[in-house]
Design a protein around this ligand. Structure first.
Ligand SMILES: [Zn+2]
Length: 336
């Protein structure tokens, strides 16, 4: 197998680590494979492969970009992780487990950078607007009512002009009204044993940007509610600017990538690109090798160790999160 990340042919099939999650694209695969037997053969023949050159773990057989586009954008297009995070943020930071881990990793990274004399003032997050520390601090900064109002303003800001039909407008407002009632009910239910700690809000988070890159297996544009994609919404709600990775003109001190690097087509080249305009990068990943829904790669210490010849790589450790998921971080610093 040729490594889809770095192109090396030095790869090892690892039958012991089979993860069955690519069947998410089942209905599509069943159209390209002739019989059910073929489908099962594909499924059972699929294994994880480790690249000896770049250390990445990937699925074999590998799917082409057009196949991935078909699976992740058409057959299984709904993936509202971002919106679910946003919904949880309305109810308080105690609901944001993934983002809480991100926030803790961020603080560990800041301490490491501080030891090296690096102060973070220009900060950005990468690809998912609602998985990282920025959302966590948003839920800490404002009251429940203020958060809900901010979301309402963001949802309607973009749509008032683009929506021509008054019927559509009516249903959008009705949907949002129902959403608000449900959120208030949920909020009241959990507020009984709500125990939000007050955390330090770093000033740079208020002025952060979102860097985005295209990918054939990332939900971004498919994470939609109220006719708003999460990326489109993030601009008015949490971030100063949304910048495409190819058009970045500012220099950043730190970029945070929470659970998104395993969703891009070429993780190594994205790391290199981001560290081309940022002094440091934090990557939050799963500790388990869980190549799953829209995760065609697994990134773990093997992958980051390979980057250590070009960047200073610091393992930020593992944080015990309640769901045992996405709890590990690595800090990469550009070498002088
Ligand atoms: Zn490789």
């Amino acid at each position: 197998m040729i490594c889809p990340n770095c192109g090396s042919s030095e790869t090892n099939l690892d039958k012991g680590y089979f993860s069955p999650n690519l069947y998410e694209g089942y209905s599509y695969l069943s159209t390209i494979l002739k019989t059910k037997d073929d489908l099962l053969k594909f499924r059972d023949g699929q294994s994880e492969c480790i690249c000896k050159n770049c250390g990445i773990v990937f699925l074999s057989p590998w799917l082409s970009i057009s196949q991935r586009n078909e699976i992740f954008n058409k057959q299984k297009r709904v993936h509202n992780s971002g919106w679910v995070g946003l919904e949880n943020s309305l109810m308080g930071s105690s609901r944001l487990k993934l983002q809480h881990v991100a926030y803790t990793l961020l603080n560990r990274a800041i301490a490491k950078l501080d030891q090296r004399g690096l102060v973070v003032t220009k900060y950005a997050e990468f690809n998912c607007p609602f998985s990282g520390p920025r959302l966590y601090t948003f839920s800490q900064t404002y009251s429940f009512t203020a958060r809900l109002t901010a979301l309402k303003n963001s949802v309607f800001k973009g749509n008032e002009t683009s929506f021509s039909s008054s019927i559509e407008k009516f249903f959008l407002r009705l949907n949002f009204f129902i959403f608000r009632i449900l959120i208030v009910l949920k909020y009241l239910r959990i507020s009984v044993n709500k125990s939000d700690e007050k955390v330090k809000i770093h000033n740079f988070l208020e002025n952060s940007d979102l860097i985005v890159a295209n990918s054939s297996c990332f939900w971004s544009g498919n994470c939609v509610r109220f006719n708003s994609t999460c990326t489109g919404l993030s601009n008015s709600l949490l971030f100063k600017e949304v910048v495409h990775v190819g058009a970045a003109s500012k220099l950043y001190d730190l970029i945070f990538a929470s659970n998104v690097l395993d969703h891009v087509d070429n993780p190594t080249s994205i790391v290199e690109t981001l560290l081309g305009f940022s002094k440091a990068l934090v990557v939050q990943v799963h500790t388990k090798r869980s190549i799953g829904y829209q995760h065609l790669y697994a990134l773990n210490s093997g992958f980051f160790n390979k980057l250590a010849s070009r960047f200073e790589v610091i393992n930020l450790g593992i944080i015990n999160s309640a769901n045992g998921y996405s709890e590990q971080g690595f800090l990469l610093i550009k070498m002088k």
